[in-house]
Design a protein around this ligand. Sequence first.
Ligand code: GLN
Length: 178
Amino acid sequence: MLIGVLALQGAVSEHSGALDSLNISNKEVRNTDDIREVDGLIMPGGESTTLRKLLVNSNLWDFIKESDIPIMGTCAGAILLGKSDDITFEKMDYVIDRNFYGRQIDSFEEKLEIRGYPEFRGVFIRAPAITDIGKTQAIAYCKGNVVGCIEGKNMALTFHPELTGNPYFHKMWIDTLE
Ligand code: GLN
Protein backbone atom coordinates (compact mmCIF):
# COMPACT_ATOMS: atom_id res chain seq x y z
CA MET A 1 0.00 0.00 0.00
CA LEU A 2 1.24 3.47 -0.91
CA ILE A 3 -0.46 6.53 0.62
CA GLY A 4 -0.28 9.98 -0.93
CA VAL A 5 -0.07 13.20 1.03
CA LEU A 6 -1.42 16.13 -0.96
CA ALA A 7 1.52 18.55 -0.99
CA LEU A 8 0.01 21.81 -2.26
CA GLN A 9 -0.11 23.55 1.16
CA GLY A 10 -0.33 22.76 4.87
CA ALA A 11 1.41 20.40 7.27
CA VAL A 12 2.60 17.88 4.67
CA SER A 13 5.71 16.56 6.41
CA GLU A 14 3.82 16.02 9.69
CA HIS A 15 1.29 13.77 7.93
CA SER A 16 4.15 11.89 6.22
CA GLY A 17 5.78 11.53 9.64
CA ALA A 18 2.61 10.00 11.11
CA LEU A 19 2.52 7.48 8.23
CA ASP A 20 6.26 6.76 8.66
CA SER A 21 5.67 6.01 12.35
CA LEU A 22 3.11 3.37 11.26
CA ASN A 23 5.57 1.98 8.66
CA ILE A 24 3.18 2.96 5.84
CA SER A 25 4.89 3.85 2.55
CA ASN A 26 3.94 7.31 1.43
CA LYS A 27 4.71 9.94 -1.18
CA GLU A 28 3.88 13.58 -1.75
CA VAL A 29 1.19 14.21 -4.36
CA ARG A 30 1.40 17.36 -6.50
CA ASN A 31 -0.07 16.31 -9.85
CA THR A 32 -2.15 13.69 -11.64
CA ASP A 33 0.88 11.46 -12.31
CA ASP A 34 1.55 11.27 -8.56
CA ILE A 35 -2.04 10.56 -7.56
CA ARG A 36 -2.37 7.67 -10.03
CA GLU A 37 0.30 5.79 -8.03
CA VAL A 38 -1.35 5.94 -4.61
CA ASP A 39 -4.04 3.86 -2.88
CA GLY A 40 -5.35 6.64 -0.65
CA LEU A 41 -4.87 10.37 -0.17
CA ILE A 42 -4.45 12.60 2.88
CA MET A 43 -5.74 16.11 2.27
CA PRO A 44 -4.10 18.36 4.89
CA GLY A 45 -5.44 21.58 6.35
CA GLY A 46 -4.54 25.04 5.20
CA GLU A 47 -7.09 27.35 3.68
CA SER A 48 -9.91 25.73 1.72
CA THR A 49 -10.35 28.53 -0.85
CA THR A 50 -6.64 28.47 -1.69
CA LEU A 51 -6.53 24.68 -1.60
CA ARG A 52 -9.44 24.54 -4.07
CA LYS A 53 -7.61 26.87 -6.49
CA LEU A 54 -4.38 24.88 -6.22
CA LEU A 55 -6.29 21.64 -6.84
CA VAL A 56 -7.98 23.07 -9.92
CA ASN A 57 -4.73 24.50 -11.29
CA SER A 58 -2.94 21.16 -10.90
CA ASN A 59 -5.84 19.25 -12.56
CA LEU A 60 -6.21 17.27 -9.34
CA TRP A 61 -9.71 18.67 -8.71
CA ASP A 62 -11.30 16.86 -11.66
CA PHE A 63 -9.27 13.71 -11.04
CA ILE A 64 -10.36 13.50 -7.39
CA LYS A 65 -13.96 14.45 -8.17
CA GLU A 66 -14.25 11.58 -10.65
CA SER A 67 -12.25 8.94 -8.76
CA ASP A 68 -13.13 6.74 -5.80
CA ILE A 69 -9.76 7.21 -4.13
CA PRO A 70 -10.13 6.95 -0.31
CA ILE A 71 -9.43 10.29 1.38
CA MET A 72 -8.60 11.43 4.89
CA GLY A 73 -9.32 15.16 5.07
CA THR A 74 -8.19 17.31 7.98
CA CYS A 75 -9.49 20.83 8.66
CA ALA A 76 -9.54 22.57 5.23
CA GLY A 77 -9.36 19.05 3.75
CA ALA A 78 -12.49 18.17 5.73
CA ILE A 79 -14.24 21.29 4.38
CA LEU A 80 -13.63 20.07 0.83
CA LEU A 81 -14.88 16.52 1.56
CA GLY A 82 -18.26 17.48 3.05
CA LYS A 83 -21.18 19.67 2.05
CA SER A 84 -20.78 23.40 2.49
CA ASP A 85 -21.94 26.73 1.03
CA ASP A 86 -18.78 26.71 -1.08
CA ILE A 87 -17.98 24.28 -3.90
CA THR A 88 -16.64 21.00 -2.48
CA PHE A 89 -16.11 17.40 -3.58
CA GLU A 90 -19.19 16.33 -1.55
CA LYS A 91 -17.72 12.87 -1.06
CA MET A 92 -19.14 12.62 2.46
CA ASP A 93 -22.66 13.34 3.67
CA TYR A 94 -21.99 15.77 6.56
CA VAL A 95 -22.60 19.51 6.47
CA ILE A 96 -19.64 21.66 7.50
CA ASP A 97 -19.43 25.35 8.40
CA ARG A 98 -16.00 26.72 7.63
CA ASN A 99 -16.46 29.93 9.62
CA PHE A 100 -18.20 28.36 12.59
CA TYR A 101 -15.81 29.51 15.33
CA GLY A 102 -15.30 32.91 13.74
CA ARG A 103 -12.21 34.97 14.30
CA GLN A 104 -12.56 35.22 18.08
CA ILE A 105 -11.38 31.68 18.65
CA ASP A 106 -8.48 31.43 16.26
CA SER A 107 -7.06 28.21 17.62
CA PHE A 108 -7.29 26.03 20.68
CA GLU A 109 -6.27 22.66 22.02
CA GLU A 110 -8.79 20.46 23.78
CA LYS A 111 -9.19 16.88 24.94
CA LEU A 112 -11.37 14.83 22.61
CA GLU A 113 -14.01 12.31 23.57
CA ILE A 114 -13.34 9.08 21.70
CA ARG A 115 -15.12 5.90 22.69
CA GLY A 116 -12.67 3.41 24.18
CA TYR A 117 -9.66 5.68 23.84
CA PRO A 118 -8.31 7.48 26.89
CA GLU A 119 -6.41 10.57 25.74
CA PHE A 120 -6.10 12.49 22.52
CA ARG A 121 -5.65 16.21 22.42
CA GLY A 122 -7.16 17.87 19.37
CA VAL A 123 -5.38 20.90 17.91
CA PHE A 124 -7.97 23.19 16.30
CA ILE A 125 -6.71 25.99 14.02
CA ARG A 126 -9.41 28.26 12.58
CA ALA A 127 -11.39 25.05 12.67
CA PRO A 128 -14.60 24.41 10.77
CA ALA A 129 -17.51 22.65 12.51
CA ILE A 130 -19.63 19.71 11.44
CA THR A 131 -23.20 20.94 11.88
CA ASP A 132 -25.02 17.82 10.61
CA ILE A 133 -23.34 14.41 10.38
CA GLY A 134 -25.79 13.11 7.76
CA LYS A 135 -25.12 9.43 6.98
CA THR A 136 -21.59 9.49 8.37
CA GLN A 137 -20.49 7.81 11.58
CA ALA A 138 -19.13 10.03 14.35
CA ILE A 139 -15.75 8.92 15.71
CA ALA A 140 -14.68 11.85 17.89
CA TYR A 141 -16.36 14.61 19.85
CA CYS A 142 -15.14 17.74 21.55
CA LYS A 143 -17.38 19.36 24.16
CA GLY A 144 -20.27 17.34 22.77
CA ASN A 145 -19.78 18.41 19.14
CA VAL A 146 -18.75 15.97 16.41
CA VAL A 147 -15.19 16.75 15.29
CA GLY A 148 -14.45 13.55 13.35
CA CYS A 149 -16.48 11.14 11.24
CA ILE A 150 -16.09 8.30 8.76
CA GLU A 151 -18.14 7.12 5.82
CA GLY A 152 -16.86 4.08 3.94
CA LYS A 153 -13.15 4.65 3.25
CA ASN A 154 -13.29 8.40 3.79
CA MET A 155 -12.50 10.14 7.07
CA ALA A 156 -12.94 13.79 8.02
CA LEU A 157 -11.43 15.54 11.05
CA THR A 158 -11.96 19.22 11.88
CA PHE A 159 -8.73 19.30 13.92
CA HIS A 160 -5.07 18.60 13.09
CA PRO A 161 -4.16 15.03 14.15
CA GLU A 162 -0.73 15.38 12.51
CA LEU A 163 0.40 18.04 14.99
CA THR A 164 0.15 15.86 18.10
CA GLY A 165 2.66 13.12 17.28
CA ASN A 166 -0.03 10.50 17.92
CA PRO A 167 -0.97 8.54 14.76
CA TYR A 168 -4.20 7.14 16.29
CA PHE A 169 -6.51 8.60 13.61
CA HIS A 170 -4.09 7.87 10.76
CA LYS A 171 -4.07 4.22 11.86
CA MET A 172 -7.87 4.13 12.13
CA TRP A 173 -8.17 5.39 8.54
CA ILE A 174 -5.47 3.03 7.22
CA ASP A 175 -7.28 0.12 8.88
CA THR A 176 -10.39 0.89 6.79
CA LEU A 177 -8.30 0.51 3.60
CA GLU A 178 -6.97 -2.96 4.36
N1 GLN B 1 -10.98 27.63 8.25
C1 GLN B 1 -10.00 27.33 7.24
C2 GLN B 1 -10.65 27.36 5.86
O1 GLN B 1 -11.62 27.98 5.67
C3 GLN B 1 -9.32 26.01 7.48
C4 GLN B 1 -8.30 26.13 8.57
C5 GLN B 1 -7.33 24.98 8.63
O2 GLN B 1 -7.24 24.13 7.73
N2 GLN B 1 -6.51 24.96 9.66
O3 GLN B 1 -10.17 26.77 4.96
